[in-house]
Write a protein that binds this ligand. Structure first.
Ligand code: AMP
Ligand code: ZN
Ligand code: ZN
Length: 309
């Protein structure tokens, strides 16, 4: 029969990863993802089995697959879901929360839910409306809110490590955006591991070398229900546009996305981009409301946002 064969066993393959010249059947693909994840965790010295890990889960395929894989690999991982109050005509935040909660329940894992409108009296789109962050402000306000809450939950819960489900498509698109605008500060922050600093857990992205289609395939093949919709506010965003551009390049040049990102990581290792300063002096100043380290005088940008000053 003329079908694509699994490289490991010769049975029918369900996925071909052209950038690795690798086709795998379902059981071997479901083995390959955790094996590779473990390899990345070691290679980039992300964390160990003795550390307490917090995974930020959005209810999407990446973060739920990541939680599943880390759990299967025997890491100690709890989850946090941030309800941002996004409706978008599809009840986006409530539906995403349902997927995150169902996943946690099915595996008896701990999930903390932080409900932004309940705590701060406004949804993220409302907070975005009240600022002057300019075009794309919903996404930039959302990013600020998520970062702040993830940091806070990790710190309050004594987690040494905070992990997110960013995949290679996310990272390559961010790298593309940061390069095309030469945002050096953003490039500095864009490593695989952002070291712990006073007041902050170490941050890392164990799935940063998997293509989005691989994390989607993992979720589907392992039967993890997740929210298919993109956030309604991301439609038409720069990052989706950059993903599309990179996918068009990838179509004709298998592996170009991966090499773009890995080349950046190597350049970083060689000192092409200076490492972020994590010395204690830089974190000496604290926000009087939330006590998170801040580089600005007075309230941190999150507390300024929610107090709508
Ligand atoms: P995004 O910023 O939407 O591309 O998502 C990147 C990663 O951030 C996801 O893989 C999750 O790990 C995390 N994340 C996104 N949205 C949420 C959320 N509402 N609550 C918790 N974590 C989230
Ligand atoms: Zn096989
Ligand atoms: Zn603050």
């Amino acid at each position: 029969m003329n079908y694509m064969k699994c490289k490991k066993c010769g049975e029918k393959a369900v996925i071909k990863m052209r950038q690795h010249k690798l086709a795998l059947c379902k059981p071997h693909f479901l083995e390959w993802i955790p094996e590779q994840t473990e390899r990345f965790i070691k290679k980039y010295a992300m964390f160990s089995r003795h550390e307490k890990i917090l995974v930020a889960v959005s209810g999407g395929k990446d973060s739920l697959s990541l939680w599943d894989v880390l759990w299967r690999l025997g890491y100690s991982v709890d989850g946090v879901y941030i309800h941002l109050g996004v409706d978008g005509g599809v009840n986006y935040s409530a539906v995403s929360e349902k997927y995150a909660a169902e996943f946690a329940h099915s595996r008896a894992l701990g999930l903390q839910v932080v409900n932004v409108p309940q705590i701060y009296g406004a949804t993220v789109p409302e907070l975005a409306e009240s600022t002057s962050r300019g075009q794309g402000r919903a996404c930039s306000v959302c990013g600020l809110v998520k970062r702040h809450i993830m940091n806070q939950v990790a710190y309050d819960g004594n987690y040494q490590v905070l992990v997110t489900g960013h995949n290679l498509d996310d990272e390559a698109a961010a790298l593309f955006g940061n390069t095309i605008t030469w945002s050096t500060e953003m490039l500095q922050r864009q490593g695989v591991v952002l070291k712990e600093a006073p007041g902050f857990a170490r941050k890392t992205k164990p799935f940063c070398r998997f293509y989005e289609r691989e994390t989607a395939a993992y979720a589907l093949l392992s039967g993890i229900p997740y929210i298919y919709d993109e956030c309604p506010f991301s439609i038409g965003s720069k990052s989706l546009y950059y993903k599309d551009v990179l996918n068009r390049l990838e179509e004709e040049n298998p592996g170009i996305k991966l090499n773009f990102y890995l080349g950046f990581l190597r350049a970083r290792e060689c000192g092409f981009i200076p490492q972020k300063d994590v010395s204690p002096e830089r974190y000496a100043q604290r926000c009087p409301i939330c006590n998170q380290p801040t580089t600005t005088d007075g309230l941190c940008s999150f507390c300024r946002l929610v107090s709508r000053e």
